[in-house]
Design a protein. Structure first.
Length: 232
């Protein structure tokens, strides 16, 4: 199974897939640049307000889940369609390492992109590597990516039309219903990720990060359970 890690890592570098993901992430700082270009004389508090809108209404609830969905669903379905996962079932190693490997590779590849683009989006008029912002965006990116990656892995293992189901989840469950029914927010990944962003400065981000970790862990365990019950 250790040999599978570099193989999957290499296969994950699809030019088309990575290009789409980079385009999605880069869209956020580009919108920030355009906004500053046409509003160069705005006071800092208005710029910070716009940055908050970018992060809480676009980057966290839309860009991160869609990017991870494109990556995870395409990788998992390709591995299943090429029978690679079926072959691994016959290798004398724990099946639990398969979803763990997929999740780990996703975090390694997407976390730096997420952190870098988010820092560009919240850096004010000048790009700076502020330690507090770096820590905040690192926590948000890792926690949110882990939760979404684990959930998408489960869905990809259960359904062939996983991308359709994922998009319904993003735009219907988290995008619409969570804004209409307060109770649904409690099981919405973007809700807790947004609370980390807004509450980090006041020190109220640890609980939300832990909840995202729990959500991701539960989803990962479901993926492991599905893999362990799948017949070759």
């Amino acid at each position: 199974m250790i040999a599978y890690f570099p193989i999957l890592f290499k296969r994950s570098f699809s030019i088309r897939r990575i290009s789409i993901i980079l385009t999605l992430f880069i869209a956020v700082p580009i919108m920030k640049v355009i906004y500053l270009f046409y509003n160069s004389d705005l006071p800092i508090y208005k710029i910070e307000h716009f940055e908050k809108i970018l992060m809480t209404n676009l980057f966290i609830p839309i860009i991160i889940p869609i990017s991870t969905a494109i990556f995870i669903v395409s990788v998992v379905r390709k591995e299943m369609d090429t029978k690679t996962i079926s072959y691994l079932f016959m290798v004398p190693h724990s099946r639990s390492l398969i979803p763990l490997t997929i999740v780990l590779i996703t975090l390694i590849l997407l976390s730096p992109i997420a952190v870098f683009t988010s820092l560009l989006a919240i850096s004010g008029r000048e790009i700076s590597l502020d330690l507090q912002n770096l820590t905040r965006m690192g926590i948000i990116s890792l926690a949110t990516l882990f939760a979404y990656t684990s959930i998408w892995t489960v869905i990809s293992l259960f359904f062939k039309r996983a991308l359709i189901i994922v998009m319904i989840y993003i735009f219907v469950w988290e995008g619409t219903l969570s804004n209409l029914a307060g109770g649904i927010r409690k099981i919405s990944v973007s809700f807790y990720a947004t609370k980390i962003f807004t509450g980090f400065a006041s020190g109220h981000a640890g609980q939300e990060a832990f909840i995202l970790f729990v959500i991701g862990t539960v989803a990962l365990l479901l993926a492991i359970f599905k893999i362990s019950r799948t017949e070759v």
